[in-house]
Design a protein around this ligand. Sequence first.
Ligand SMILES: Cc1ncc(COP(=O)(O)O)c(C=O)c1O
Length: 400
Amino acid sequence: MPFLSETLARVKPSPTIAVSNLANELKAQGKDVIGLGAGEPDFDTPENIKAAAKAAIDAGKTKYTAVDGIPELKAAICAKLKRDNGLDYIPAQVTVGTGGKQILYNALMATMNPGDEVIIPAPYWVSYPDMVLLAGGEPVAVEAGMETNFKLSPEALEAAITPKTKWFIFNSPSNPTGSAYSAAELKGLTDVLMRHPHVWVMTDDMYEHLVYDGFEFATPAQVEPGLYDRTLTCNGVSKAYAMTGWRIGYAAGPEELIKAMRKIQSQSTSNPCSVSQWAAVEALNGTQEFLEPNNAMFKRRRDLVVDMLNQAEGITCPKPEGAFYVYPSVAGCIGKTSAAGIKIETDEDFARALLEEKGVAVVFGGAFGLSPNFRVSYATSDENLKKACERIQAFCAELS
Ligand SMILES: Cc1ncc(COP(=O)(O)O)c(C=O)c1O
């Protein structure tokens, strides 16, 4: 009898962790490594949010709470969904978990039956397919390549839907590409979904506030109110409020689904951290003033990285609408050999050689289901970005 679960055998270890491990090893050997792999803002949680957490500790808000969130946070989430997205929800339709990740996981655990399919546009956030597998479902990756700015076409969505499709996972702005769908582009997809009433929508709006050049964020239930009864709108405070370590994510959707998600959480982790929940109340209800200057900084960094990467021989880097990632293609480098003699046959070879020879850590595109590309996170200082891009340019110039 095998000791490890059979389900685990279907899940692959995180390729992003393999890259981080190699980067850490090289750092430990004293090598000068610049990491462009991190999926989190490089600045601190705003002071008003930290103060709310300290006040919660002092007030003894350190005990178990309701399993899926304190009423104050659920009220703040309902107000946020109305204010930012024009969506009406009551607290019974809202659930709070330990990060956006747990929310997505709960939703899949609560709904997957053997054979159920989940459509995931590729490139995708690394966790979606493996979460579907862990929950006993079948991920169905559908390519959305650079020619469509990494956006899924309505035709490709329609072609992927089968009688077994349970969910369509939608993520805009996207990790790993930064691409974001305008309301009109999204409408093309929601029109398809309206023709297939058995398909539910799990929208991961984690990067909602990180959009540039006046881009207007849109979410499925807002663009197509006809989908309200089969949409789970997922979000969290991790990225916009620089709160990745606090672990608060949330979702709003039909009450029956929310109840099922709560059941999973009640038998696994119980409530998310009480202090973090009070911090999240302040994040959502308090001043949103810092979002604008932060976005101005991210926009500047995006422009810097896109410009510099497009000057590297063999690299093509589209300029995305949001998040803090770019997803350049290395098609022009495939088949070449690095200065140290590594043959670049895949984006994984490219990323490994770049790290070993120039000390720049990026995540290869294969990890996100679309090659030959790599992901750069520009949530690091201008100085680091400039240095890293210069090294990438030098690496490419030396390819032969
Ligand atoms: C697209 C996307 N969704 C969800 C998450 C998870 O966020 P959290 O840290 O709140 O669990 C991430 C984090 O990287 C992400 O990129």
